[in-house]
Design a protein around this ligand. Sequence first.
Ligand code: GSH
Length: 229
Amino acid sequence: MITLYQFKSSPLCEKVRRILNFKGIEFDIHEVDRAQTALLKDVSPFGKFPAIREGEQVVCDSTDIAYYLEDKYPEKALVPADAKLKAHMHIMEDWADESLYFYEITMRVSWEHNARRNIKKFMETMPPTLTEEQGLSLVLSGSQQLVAAQGLGRKTREQVIADANRHFQSIAALVEDGGWMVGDSITLADISAIAEVNCLLDSKEGQDLLADYPAVADWINRIDEMAPA
Ligand SMILES: N[C@@H](CCC(=O)N[C@@H](CS)C(=O)NCC(=O)O)C(=O)O
């Protein structure tokens, strides 16, 4: 049996749950307490999650986990056999994990009105002794520092929303008429992107954007059926 070590509110952990569910692999979940990550160094030496354990085998990093699962459970493939499609998929997966990720951190987590909407979810991975206001303050300060260092946090909100709009527009163009981000079937690119988009939808501005892109809403519904979160 696979154990997934996760922060419930993390898009990268959602990505791994969707892969496991798509492939029909049984797993159980270990919710990680953000204050106790040092106790799990044997699973994730850098204190980052997701990580999985299967018997003696431990894998951390959502992309490494995805390839481990693809090798071990090749049925219902998520990685195309064709080298060019695989390359496109890899680049889009990385764009979702490393670029879209910062949009969701900026919009959902570092903007106070959205962090307040989601505070109950965030509190699930924080020490139970904290009040919601203390949790909120930690979430805001941590995420604001992160996105300021990365750069998005120094843009105006209007600029961030305009960027996010371009991302939604690009996904819509790829997936319209029942299509997928790469090739003609679901791949890791779709799974990585939906996990980030889903978190963006926890922001008011992300919800507003979705209203303009019915092709994205349709793509979300299709993936939710095949690879639920
Ligand atoms: N590249 C890694 C990144 C994982 C990652 O950044 N996870 C975040 C949660 S979304 C985390 O563990 N943050 C805790 C920390 O940085 O201390 C992956 O794809 O799994």
